[in-house]
Design a protein around this ligand. Structure first.
Ligand code: SF4
Length: 400
């Protein structure tokens, strides 16, 4: 498995697969053609990138990167590669319209890109183990906690990066709690986090605090602000919202939160390696389900859970999102995406509490739930995989 730096990416919303990935691909293509006499670019967007690219600003980010005045975008939602639904092909032409280069690439989730038939598993073996069962066994044999496996694999330096991640997460919560007004986009959604937080200040109700903080980050993401993928942009609110609530309510130190973040990252990495964190590939179970599993494991650790209970909490978090479809209304990462984050954060807390009532023994392991999620994702009709053609997205609400 790769470093947690590749899971927790600091960037701008609203979508890791539809904005961060295409941005990375466009930069890579620019590098490939930098010595050629390019006059203009044509970029074809396929499958889900074409179906919901407008709402996710895919065309905008590519044009910004390649040059607005010399780039044309063609949307081809009917072209879907078996390899992944988020395909795009870049073409470069000279002044005589002679093609100089082409580049077919896929945005496979969480801002990562891959070429056709390239292995989806990470080529960087920063972690020598990639299943949670294997990691639990290693921890047992070496008398270590899960976060110590992250330190063992990546070295102390990764905690410095996680400190940076935590600062960005905190800023996203705090800024989101202060902002009011409408979220950009035709749905005319009004921000809610600030009013939730004001309600919390009056009631001191912990659930209200969780809802406020997770909602704050998701509203920031939907507005194109700076967030951390956890594991994606669309699912970036659950984990920081829950961790922030724990710190504010119970007074956990930054260092304890960093260890919890490491555990959340390890869980997300195992899902990314063996399942999927891409809504276009496996539905929202892969995004919000994974976010819930990460948050559940992190808060189970903070509440004193041992490795087995943490794994159980994460398994519950994922299992109870199995089958969840990806159906963003009008192709925007807003409805149902924003609301799913606070609800998943609270569910993560419940999963941790449930696991802590047990000794950690359970039948369905996290690895089994991940495998099931991947297979279920494959079986989902394409209209439920970020194409905005089915599910809630069938309601064309238009400008409001
Ligand atoms: S429905 Fe879920 S997977 Fe789809 S865009 Fe929204 S958050 Fe991402």
């Amino acid at each position: 498995m790769d470093t947690l730096r590749e899971l927790f990416k600091i960037g701008f919303g609203p979508s890791s697969s539809h904005t961060m990935g295409p941005h990375k691909a466009a930069l890579k293509f620019l590098e490939q053609v930098k010595d050629l006499p390019v006059q203009h670019f044509v970029v074809e967007l396929y499958g889900s990138l074409a179906a919901t690219g407008k709402g996710h600003l895919t065309d905008w980010i590519i044009m910004q990167t390649l040059g607005e005045d010399r780039t044309s975008i063609i949307f081809k939602p009917e072209v879907v590669y078996d390899y992944h639904a988020n395909g795009m092909k870049f073409f470069a032409y000279d002044e005589n319209n002679v093609q100089l280069a082409e580049y077919l690439v896929f945005s496979v989730g969480g801002g990562d890109i891959r070429e056709l038939n390239e292995s989806r598993k990470s080529q960087n073996k920063v972690y020598h183990l990639s299943t949670m069962n294997g990691i639990l066994t290693w921890c047992k044999e070496n008398h270590k906690q899960l976060y110590e496996y992250v330190l063992y694999s990546e070295g102390e330096e990764i905690f410095n990066y996680l400190r940076e991640v935590w600062q960005v997460m905190k800023s996203a919560v705090e800024e989101g709690l202060q902002r009011e007004g409408l979220i950009p986009g035709i749905l005319g959604l009004r921000r809610r986090a600030k009013s939730f937080y004001e309600r919390y200040l009056r009631t001191k109700d912990f659930t209200t605090l969780i809802f406020a903080c997770s909602q704050a980050v998701s509203e920031q993401n939907a507005s194109g602000s700076r967030i951390v993928t956890a594991p994606t942009c669309g699912a970036s609110g659950a984990l920081p919202g829950l961790l922030y609530s724990f710190q504010l309510y119970y007074g956990y130190s930054d260092e304890e939160i960093i260890k919890a973040l490491a555990i959340a990252g390890l869980i997300g990495n195992v899902v990314k390696e063996n399942g999927s964190i891409s809504g276009a590939e496996a539905g929202c179970q892969a995004e919000i389900g994974t976010a819930c599993a990460m948050a559940a494991g992190a808060c189970c650790y903070l509440m004193g859970g041992d490795n087995q209970q943490i794994e159980y909490a994460a398994e519950i978090g994922l299992e109870h999102h199995l089958g969840l479809t990806c159906d963003p209304v009008e192709g925007l990462v807003q409805v149902p995406c924003i609301e799913r984050n606070p609800i998943a954060a609270r569910r993560a807390y419940d999963a941790a509490q449930y696991a802590l009532l047990t000794d950690g023994e359970h039948i369905i392991t996290l690895d089994m739930a991940i495998q099931t999620m991947k297979e279920t994702g494959k079986d989902l009709n394409s209209k439920y995989r970020e194409t905005s053609t089915g599910g809630l997205a069938k309601f064309k609400l238009g400008r409001r």
